[in-house]
Design a protein around this ligand. Sequence first.
Ligand code: ZN
Length: 161
Amino acid sequence: MEISADRVVTIHYTLKDDGGEVLDSSAGGEPLAYIQGHGNLVSGLEKALEGKSGGETLAVVVPPAEGYGTRDQELVQRVPKRSLQGAGEIKQGMQFQARTEQGMRVFTVTAVAGDMVTLDGNHPLADQTLHFDIQIVDVREATAEELEHGHVHGPEGHHHH
Ligand code: ZN
């Protein structure tokens, strides 16, 4: 079966950066199951998988614009600690969700200096060219319930009800 919109695709993947360093991989663990055409993967990878079949392997190079975006300096902000009240002690590496003009975004605390906190709303992989090695394990039709929920059910999918 070929990969097309609304089908459940199960893949093993390894993600490397330009230097060949492994950033993430499903090797040795559970494969990833997702629904094609719902923006569950970065757009460049989803596009490359369209039309491919179970059993195929492929190498995909995804530029930042079709990956996690390019760095936007406007998403780096210094705010007073008191504006993050309720968060407890603010430490480097903590993450917050905040509403922006582009919708909800995750901000990471990159520095704490005195009463000021630096927040970075860029994805950690922004500006990076992504190198994926993909093995397509399985392609099947999604159930009506999976399409309604927008995620995969069953042994290879996460379930949160
Ligand atoms: Zn569900």
